[in-house]
Write a protein that binds this ligand. Structure first.
Ligand code: SF4
Length: 326
């Protein structure tokens, strides 16, 4: 049996806006196993980033975690519900045991400080180095590990002196600086051009093996999923609609939404190809559709789909789907 490092149960986050309550994620449950790359995929606004941020209580007002549990299994066998921790306690874990890499490296780095300072700071704050001197020494080593040439000099650079790809390498360096057990990468390559994207994905795969880290990858890009993930959870309108291994999802997708997502991905091996868009738009989450939230866009919708919320069911070992067709 694979060993879980995170068990997420019934996670629900609402945003209290003037227009109404946005039910951004509703009853989300999944396990992440130690050492795997687990991808959360779906269209923009499906709730994947909110889910990843909620894991360590990174939800800001007007958002609120309404209910749920996030059980974190430490290597020594102890467990803790991350949602029950105080701000001070969760800050000890966030950035150290569970680290984030965000989408936009320009926004993640402070223009006023050198990259060496920012890497060293991440270690000084979590006391994984004894002083700043050791922090700067380790920063050079980390720049080398994220394959930045001439790290002894680059460590003194300010972010504006680096290219977009190099900045993202620095952000990844900050992410892995404290040797985290879980690395949450939220669209880590979206802001980069295609060649740099491939280099960053290679780098993340290399670091994952080197540090033996569990990776939670947030992306809308099925190509990135195919390249990186071991298992995949597909999200639609704040709910998980399908979970399976990367093979199960790509070779035998079950949910009509997953099938639609895959039909919208270009296949370089197909000679003539027409990509299909999923008709309709993502629903308003202040008044989400009753029953299955996908029913207004689903070609197979029947009466029951408009009334009853489908539950996530295991159809074959490790392959779950929430759809009344199964
Ligand atoms: Fe389509 Fe019904 Fe399945 Fe929803 S439950 S995906 S509407 S068939």
């Amino acid at each position: 049996m694979p060993e879980p490092v995170l068990e997420v149960r019934d996670l629900t986050v609402h945003f209290y806006t003037y227009a109404g309550i946005v039910k951004a994620i509703e009853g989300v449950s999944f396990d992440v196993y130690r050492g795997e790359t687990f991808a959360l995929v779906g269209e923009t606004g499906c709730g994947k980033s909110v889910t990843s941020r909620a894991l360590t209580q990174l939800i800001e007002s007007p958002g609120r975690i309404v209910r749920g549990k996030v059980i974190y299994h430490r290597e020594d066998g102890s467990t803790v519900d991350l949602l029950k921790l105080s701000e001070e306690e969760i800050r000890e874990i966030r950035g150290k045991e569970i680290a984030y890499i965000f989408q936009d490296p320009h926004a993640s780095l402070d223009p006023l400080y050198t990259v060496g300072y920012q890497i060293a700071e991440a270690m000084v704050v979590h006391r994984t180095v004894k002083d700043w001197k050791e922090g700067f020494r380790r920063a050079v080593d980390i720049l080398r590990r994220v394959l930045i040439p001439d790290p002894e000099n680059r460590v003194k650079n300010y972010p504006h002196e680096l290219s977009g790809g190099m900045k993202q390498r620095v952000v990844i360096g900050i992410g892995v600086s404290n040797d985290p057990k879980i690395l949450i990468a939220d669209e880590p390559t979206t802001a980069l051009d295609v060649t740099v994207q491939a280099q960053i994905l290679d780098l993340m795969n290399k670091l994952k093996k080197e540090y033996n880290t569990t990776v939670i990858l947030i992306t809308h890009n099925m190509g990135v999923v195919a390249e990186m993930a071991d298992r995949v959870a597909v999200m639609y309108a704040g709910k998980i609609v399908e979970i399976g291994s990367v093979d199960q999802i790509f070779k035998n997708p079950l949910h009509p939404y997953t099938k639609g997502l895959l039909r919208a991905v270009p296949n370089p091996l197909a000679k003539i190809e027409r990509l299909e868009a999923i008709p309709g738009t993502v629903p308003n989450l202040i008044t989400p559709p009753k029953g299955c939230r996908f029913h207004p866009r689903c070609p197979y919708a029947t009466e029951i789909c408009r009334k009853e919320v489908p539950k996530l069911k295991e159809i074959e070992p490790g392959h779950f789907v929430a759809c009344h067709l199964y």
